[in-house]
Design a protein around this ligand. Structure first.
Ligand SMILES: Nc1nc2c(c(=O)[nH]1)N[C@H]1C(S)=C(S)[C@@H](COP(=O)(O)O)O[C@H]1N2
Ligand SMILES: [Mo]
Length: 456
């Protein structure tokens, strides 16, 4: 019952309504097949009236489906009801779910991505850091950056299966969504960060653009991820002592797959995730199930996982031979790969400010966050004079390894133009350098950057 092209806000809402309808129907003991038959016969609107007994979306605003709350009769077949408050032009009978909203731009993303929350790169959406100013520890799901190699697929959890197979397991297995959710689960707070986060700064540093999305520092988010340790599933599949590489495969058009070594796959916090910040994983973030590989580059965190190959031989895909490898004058090819394959993320810091920022003169609490793929952040320093002198920032609890630490400092800002620099050091002694060697695809830009701030 999911449609492929539900990408603007109105159609997203319509999809949410369908999901709620299905959940309600299931509570009433209606099977999915039966529901589909009923929908075909009666139209979604009428069914929504029948199944929805309370308004579930009080904060839904103008495009919310609260009109379909079961109080009044809804139109039958033709399904204009799901368009909610957005009244279609008189006499026009839109297709079900397709409201009179402007034609969606084809980003292949399901959730709304308004310009105040995201910098728009089409299928990639960068979080605006000023949105995180003085917010809680995690990034809300609606603000979490999106990085799609193709488009968000719509997957029906009722037919979804996870296959685990390959020479590295003695009991290949297949799990349904319900079977996976019945396994022991844990929750952890970790970042997911794109390997290319900070890529835009290569141009500033080297005078030429690295290949790929010119992210500033918003291709990162921290969330509470709930899922089943991958180890639980690999053990049930009889993982062999000779197993070497594990390659999860996405169900998106490109079947994105990035192998990881078995040691990382078996760590306690490497999870098959089904919930994000306490909600079912949103479609854009991998519904029904994604991998979480803490501390590693984003692409290891396979979304929409449908198959996992476990092998006694090293595994290769374009994502560990062509991309997500370091190519440049300082790096050499390694076997089948065009350069050293990326694994762990480097130390970085970001200010919770717009880029560039404008502040009125006077006292401000300047805030930001720092993180490392290697462990907890131990120290954060800032400079307001181009790196000549450095002062310590105040670290705030919690400070969770492989997530981030929030910090702040007071600034009595006089009118003028500034560049705020921040450098963090993690518990292993990794610190942010002044410069990072060039690589063609612009990965791992962990150097100190100057954040432009105009005061006055
Ligand atoms: N199947 C699949 N998994 C994927 C991707 C993808 O395009 N397809 N993008 C990867 C990349 S490059 C990153 S940085 C993260 C982004 O996760 P997010 O969109 O939930 O923020 O997902 C990773 N997992
Ligand atoms: Mo990424």
């Amino acid at each position: 019952m999911y449609e492929e092209d539900l990408r603007d806000e109105a159609t997203y809402d319509a999809a949410r309504r369908e999901e709620r309808l299905w959940l309600r129907a299931r509570d009433l003991g209606v099977s999915r097949r039966r529901l589909l038959q009923m929908m075909a016969a009666a139209g979604a609107g009428a069914l929504l009236s029948a199944c929805t007994t309370r308004v579930e979306s009080p904060g839904g605003g103008s495009s919310a489906p609260t009109t379909a709350s079961g109080t009044g009769p809804a139109p039958a077949a033709g399904g204009a009801a799901p368009s909610g408050g957005q009244t279609p032009a008189q006499g026009v009978a839109p297709a079900p779910g397709a409201a009179a909203a402007p034609a969606p731009k084809d980003k292949g993303i399901v959730k709304p991505v308004p310009p105040e929350k995201f910098i728009d790169y089409g299928s990639n959406q960068e979080m605006r850091w000023n949105q995180m100013y003085n917010r809680g520890y995690v990034v809300p799901n609606d603000l979490f950056f999106v990085r799609n190699h193709s488009k968000t697929p719509r997957i029906d959890p009722a037919t979804w299966k996870l296959r685990v197979e390959g020479s590295g397991v003695s009991r290949p297995l297949e799990l349904t969504y319900d079977e996976l959710l019945a396994l022991p689960a844990v929750s952890v707070i970790r970042f997911v960060e794109c390997a290319g986060n900070g890529r835009g700064f290569f141009e500033q540093r080297y005078g030429k653009k690295a290949q790929g999305t010119q992210w500033k520092l918003g291709a990162i988010g921290v969330a509470e991820w709930t899922g089943v340790p991958l180890r639980e599933v690999l053990e049930r599949a009889g993982i062999k002592r000779t197993a070497r590489d594990v390659m999860p495969e996405g169900l998106d058009d490109l079947k994105v797959r990035r192998p990881l070594p078995v040691a990382k796959a078996l760590e306690d916090d490497t999870l098959l995730v089904f919930a994000m910040n306490g909600e079912p994983l949103p479609p854009d973030h991998g519904f029904p199930v994604r991998l979480l590989v803490p501390g590693w580059i984003g692409v290891a965190n396979t979304k929409w996982v449908g198959r996992i190959e476990v092998s006694e031989e090293p595994l290769f895909s374009p994502w560990n031979t062509e991309s997500y490898v370091l190519i440049g004058p300082d790096y050499k090819p390694e076997g089948k790969a065009k350069g050293p394959a990326l694994t762990t993320q480097v130390v970085k810091s970001a200010l919770e400010l717009a880029w560039p920022a404008e502040l009125p003169a006077g006292r401000h609490t300047v805030r930001g966050r720092s993180w490392s793929g290697h462990g907890r952040i131990r120290k954060v320093e800032y400079s307001l004079d181009g790196g000549k002198s450095w002062l310590p920032a105040r670290l705030q609890e919690p400070n969770i390894p492989l997530a981030w630490v929030r910090w702040d400092f007071e600034w009595d800002a006089k009118p003028g133009e500034y560049e705020i620099r921040v450098r963090a050091t993690d518990e292993k002694g990794n610190a942010q350098p002044d410069s990072v060697p060039w690589n063609d695809q612009g990965y791992l830009y962990g150097a100190v950057v100057g954040h432009p701030v105009k005061v006055g």
